[in-house]
Design a protein around this ligand. Structure first.
Ligand SMILES: *Cc1c(COP(=O)(O)O)cnc(C)c1O
Length: 341
């Protein structure tokens, strides 16, 4: 038995989702004639109370399209130093949009309204790039599934409004945050100009991210998706998986969160663990005590069929998900509790 805790992207569709995929009604989505894609887009737009929605193959492409919609070449966006858009999208911000990133030294991937304010270049000072966009991430990936306090998001929005900046949310794991903090998607729709909601992380589909936005900003979204190579044909099969996930896999994210916090509780008591980050959702990040290397620990786990990931700088990461069963969980807890270096 392989217990894969490297990421929540390793899940495979179960019978319910497969049935939804196989019975999907499809059409050519480049002509906007795929009824299932149209239904998924309408579903998410309504859920978040946003004007428009567009289905993308990946979260990276949807984030990159959003950045392009908000900016002109030579401009600058503000994000945390750990942001996915800066670290893990292949330099797409500069490649696709000709934009630079002003990196903020936030806490667990989250930044404050005061930090945003401090990092805006004065618009009249033509020597520096024009600041035009702020990108937030919720939950944060490199920050270990941390969730923003919604009151801070509102303060950031006020700063953006005061300075005429766009506000984008990388919501690869937004549903995890909404479930963990018992928030409302509508509140997010009111504050952000654009939001990406990923269906292939904790929600468990094989692919797909929906970009949501205001009518004004989204006018050009379909053109940019085409330029990036993201126009898809009978992709309703995957939209059907997305609809299935929205209806069946959202509330159950709470189980992933419980399992992650149970793993964190066991790790916290172990001598071989130096430090563990607060665990708010489905990601556990921890550091090993001196004398035990990440390589040794990971290869010992691998011998038991347990896979976790090494994030570098001493960070080890465990991510719980849909395919991580109670039986696997029991085995992992027992193994971690009994482990000797
Ligand atoms: C996974 C992820 C994305 C999108 O990644 P894709 O693999 O391109 O779908 C974006 N942002 C964050 C924070 C992520 O974790």
């Amino acid at each position: 038995m392989i217990i894969d805790l490297r990421s929540d992207t390793v899940t495979k569709p179960g019978t319910g989702m497969m049935r939804a995929i196989l019975s999907a009604e499809t059409g050519d989505d480049v002509y906007k004639e795929d009824p299932t894609v149209n239904k998924l887009e309408a579903y998410l737009a309504t859920l978040f109370g946003m004007d428009e929605a567009l289905f993308f193959p990946t979260g990276s492409m949807a984030n990159q399209a959003a950045i392009k919609l908000h900016t002109q070449p030579g401009e600058q966006l503000i994000c945390d130093k750990w942001a996915h858009v800066y670290n893990y999208e292949g330099g797409g911000v500069s490649f696709n949009s000709g934009v630079s990133c002003k990196l903020v030294d936030g806490v667990r991937g989250m930044i404050t309204a005061a930090q945003v304010e401090e990092n805006i270049n004065p618009p009249d000072f033509y020597h520096s790039p024009l600041t035009s966009l702020v990108c937030l991430e919720n939950t944060t990936n490199k920050g270990g599934g941390a969730c923003y306090d919604f009151s801070e998001i509102k303060k950031i929005k006020a700063v953006c409004d005061m300075h005429g900046l766009g506000l984008h949310l990388d919501g690869a794991r937004l549903m995890n945050a909404i479930v963990a903090k018992k928030e409302s998607p509508l509140a997010y729709g009111k504050v952000f100009d654009t939001i990406t909601v990923c269906l292939s992380k904790g929600l468990g589909t094989p692919l797909g991210t929906v970009l949501l936005g205001t009518k004004e900003l989204m006018k050009n979204a379909i053109r940019i998706r085409k330029v990036l190579g993201g126009g898809m044909r009978q992709i309703g099969y995957m939209a059907a998986a997305g609809l299935y996930a929205m209806e069946n896999n959202v509330m159950r994210l709470a189980h992933d969160h419980t399992k992650a916090s149970e793993i964190a509780m066991v790790l916290k008591k172990q001598e071989y663990v130096l430090k563990i980050e607060p665990t708010e959702t489905n990601i556990v990040i921890f550091y090993l005590a001196e004398g035990l290397s990440e390589e040794k620990f990971m290869s010992d786990l691998e011998k038991e069929g347990i896979r976790i990931s090494n994030m570098g700088q001493g960070k080890l990461r465990i991510v719980t998900h849909l395919d991580y069963t109670q039986q696997m969980h029991k085995k992992v807890l027992e193994y971690l509790a009994a482990y000797k270096k």
